[in-house]
Structures are given as structure tokens and as C-alpha cells.
Design a protein around this ligand. Structure first.
Ligand SMILES: Cc1ncc(COP(=O)(O)O)c(C=O)c1O
Length: 421
């Protein structure tokens, strides 16, 4: 059956960004089953034994407690499971010296839904032919932002400045404040810190500067800390979360071992959060209470922050080092290759300046060489302008064994060298 679709139905039933290429990747993996293919495309976190054990222990504790029935057999409030909200308020007030109350916390089914609620509550068509924008201050960005708005044309991104360490083969994106436009036409601002796909971490000063630009217009600024501290703590550089005013600090438990349970956390102004909460009630009532209840236990006893800092962070940081070392060993010095500074997240981002073929063609060549990565052009949601740089990058996932990453990068270096030749 092919039911007729509304314009919103048409738009929401098509895949955006990286999800569109995942189809090709899945088909490649299926048709090459049994062959030696190294898959460095996935954003799905690995199962880390200590992290799995933590969630197993919390599950056993919950199942043995009289609270179990209340958690799984009853609906709760849309704002979230009360013991989880209490645990977050208590943890963040102590850790960051804040004065949060329970009205400053909202729990959602994964953090992606926070951006969906915000993009459609604060931005979109105004009904008079004009529309408010979802501003992404720095591109490339998380590909999921490309699909968060029911009016995708309202998502606009800005080209960054590039800091290039020419001889060391490193670079870093920075917001270009000369271009960035946040004004009466802005509905909300979103950026990831640490960033998927680049591993970039905006400085505290840059975060404040963006938030300050938005204050006069009453615009919420959503800082996506899906990889930030205190869980999963996938920042490899100093990162102090910024709170207060128009900033909504958004966390996710997905990279802390719980992607299947769908727990997102928004911390911010109660007026902003109450809009998102009502949106959530209309859309899906609330997040899984089971996931929220085990998260409450792991946050209240400090185990989640501990495992994040001492297990999850070193686990992925080592993989970045393996990748970096292998590229330095095998990519020739005379080629213009640049690795983005590895400041966090579970990816590496490689820029191949003046690449003689497109990133998509390189992706195909790399498949032939037995390595799957993601062409970088999938990661520029909202950036309309033509920019050669968009076709010169690759995202390489760290969600593989150290040996696979090393071998994958050796193969990548051979292919890239041949392509430049
Ligand atoms: C930067 C970023 N934000 C948000 C998400 C969505 O995460 P969640 O599982 O919390 O919806 C992801 C998932 O990969 C991500 O990389």
C-alpha cells in the first residue's frame, strides 16, 4: 500500500545525511560477507565490558527493589522519572557549583528528540511567509540536525574558519564570527561540543560569545554534549560545560552504554524546558522509565561518571592515538593531508586538500581496498553554498578494534597516495 503523503510526510519519510549512505554501506557489507572488510563507518558505540557490567548491576538492583513495579508498570510524568531528575540536580549542583532545581531538568527519549522538539517549537514558518531559522554556527556538524526540522529549509549553517598547522598535518575548525548571523530571524541555535563528526571542542569563550549573540533576541542555544562530561566524558581536551541564561545543556546516555534505552537530558531555563516538555507530551508522553530508573542509580552513586572518566574516555582516546600514529606513519609528508585535532567524540575527521576525486569516489575506492568510512559531504547540513572543502573530507569511526583501525588506516594511506599520484 502506498498511502498519499502530506508535504511533512514526504519530507519525514526520506532519509537525510549519513543515514542515506548507510543503506549503501549495509548492502556492501551484506554482499561482501566473509570478505576482509574493515567497517569504520558506524556511529554505534562498542560494548565495553565494564560499562555493560555497570548497567547489568543497576538492572539487578532495580529488579530486586520494590520500586520495580512503579517503574515499568506505570506511566510517569513527561518531565521525567523523579529520582533521575533528583540525581542530576544533586550531581550537577555539586560538580559545577550550580543552583539547579528540578524545574531545570527535562528527560527525553534520547537527545535527538530534544533537538526535534526545539527546532519545531522555536523555529520554522511563521505563517506570514517568513520563517525563523535553526542556526548551526559552525559547519560541518552532526548530520542528524539536517532532519530535525519539519521545514528543513529553516536549518542554516555557517562556514568555519580553518586553523591549519601546515607541516604537522593538523587543522581545527573555528566559528567565523564575522559571518555568523544570529538575530530576530533566529529561532534557536544548536551545536555539538565535542562535535560529531570532527571531534572539535569549541572553547568556553566561543560558547559564551554565541550565547551572548542570542540573548538580545531571547533565542535558546542548545549545546549538544552527547560526548561531553560528566558522562560519557568523551572529551580528550579540557572542557568546562557552560550553564545559565539562554543555554540549554543537552546530555545523552547513548555513548555511556545506554543507546538502546533512549535517555536524553536537557538542563536549562524552566521556561524553555516547559515548552519542550509539552511538545514531548504531545509527541510521545515520555522516555522509557526502565532506562531512566537504572540511570538514576548509576548517577546517584557516582558509578556512571566514574566509568566514563576511567574506562570510556581512555578506551576511545587510545583508538584515536592508534589512528593518528598509523596515518603519520603511512601517509607521505609531501601530501596535503590534515587530521582534525582529536579533542573528543568517537570519530576522526580527515581533510585531503586538493583531492583529485570527490569524497564519494574516494569512498568507492576505499571500499575496493577493504575499508569503509563515511564521505564527508554528508556532514554539512544547512550549508547551501558551494565549497570544495565539503568534497575533500572523510569521517573515520573509532568503533572498531585497535588492530582494525591500524590496518584500515594503512589501507587508506595506500589508496589516498595512489589517488594523488
Ligand atoms: C552529536 C550527537 N548528538 C545527538 C546524537 C543523538 O543521540 P541520542 O541517542 O541521545 O538521541 C548523536 C548520536 O550519534 C550525536 O552524535
Amino acid at each position: 500500500m502506498n498511502p498519499a503523503l502530506s508535504p511533512i510526510g514526504l519530507q519525514m519519510s526520506s532519509l537525510t545525511g549519513v543515514r542515506a549512505i548507510m543503506k549503501d554501506i549495509i548492502e556492501t557489507l551484506r554482499s561482501n560477507r566473509g570478505q576482509d572488510l574493515i567497517n569504520l563507518s558506524a556511529g554505534n558505540p562498542l560494548i565495553v565490558p565494564e560499562v555493560e557490567q555497570l548497567w547489568r548491576d543497576c538492572t539487578q538492583e532495580l529488579m530486586a527493589s520494590p520500586e520495580f513495579g512503579q517503574v515499568v508498570c506505570r506511566y510517569g510524568t513527561s518531565q521525567g522519572y523523579e529520582p533521575l531528575i533528583e540525581a542530576i540536580v544533586e550531581d550537577f549542583n555539586r560538580r559545577y557549583d550550580l543552583n539547579l532545581t528540578e524545574r531545570n531538568v527535562l528527560i527525553t527519549p534520547g537527545s535527538q528528540s530534544i533537538y526535534f522538539f526545539a527546532a519545531n517549537a522555536f523555529a520554522g514558518p511563521l505563517g506570514n511567509g517568513e520563517s525563523k531559522k535553526v542556526v548551526l554556527p559552525l559547519s560541518p556538524e552532526y548530520t542528524g540536525y539536517g532532519g530535525v526540522s519539519l521545514s528543513p529549509e529553516t536549518v542554516v549553517a555557517y562556514r568555519p574558519r580553518l586553523d591549519i598547522a601546515e607541516t604537522q598535518h593538523y587543522f581545527k575548525y573555528r566559528p567565523d564570527f564575522r559571518q555568523l548571523q544570529i538575530d530576530g530571524t533566529t529561532g534557536c541555535v544548536i551545536f555539538s561540543r565535542p562535535c560529531n563528526p570532527t571531534g572539535n571542542v569549541l572553547s568556553d569563550g566561543e560558547v559564551r560569545q554565541i550565547a551572548d549573540l542570542a540573548i538580545p533576541y531571547g533565542v535558546p542555544v542548545l549545546v549538544d554534549a552527547a560526548y561531553g562530561p560528566p558522562f560519557p566524558s568523551l572529551n580528550f581536551t579540557e572542557l568546562v560545560p557552560v550553564f545559565g541564561g539562554n543555554i540549554v545543556h543537552c546530555l545523552s546516555l547513548s555513548k555511556a552504554g545506554l543507546p538502546g534505552e533512549r535517555v536524553g537530558i536537557a538542563i536549562g531555563d524552566s521556561g524553555i524546558l516547559s515548552v519542550l516538555e509539552a511538545f514531548q507530551t504531545n509527541a510521545c508522553i515520555h522516555s522509557s522509565r526502565f532506562g531512566q530508573a537504572i540511570a538514576a542509580l548509576a548517577i546517584a552513586n557516582g558509578a556512571l561518571a566514574d566509568v566514563s572518566l576511567n574506562v570510556i574516555r581512555p578506551f576511545y582516546q587510545k583508538k584515536f592515538t592508534v589512528l593518528e600514529t598509523t596515518l603519520n606513519q603511512f601517509l607521505p609528508d609531501h601530501l596535503p593531508w590534515f587530521l582534525h585535532r582529536g579533542e573528543g567524540a568517537i570519530f576522526a575527521w580527515l581533510w585531503l586538500r586538493d583531492l583529485p576525486i570527490s569524497d564519494w569516489d574516494l569512498y568507492q575506492e576505499l571500499k575496493q581496498a577493504g575499508v569503509i568510512v563515511v564521505p564527508g559531504s554528508s556532514f554539512f547540513p544547512g550549508l547551501q553554498e558551494e565549497w570544495q572543502h565539503k568534497h575533500e573530507c572523510l569521517r573515520i569511526s573509532l568503533t572498531a578494534s585497535d588492530e582494525e583501525i591500524a590496518l584500515g588506516m594503512e589501507r587508506l594511506a595506500q589508496t589516498v597516495t595512489a589517488v594523488y599520484r
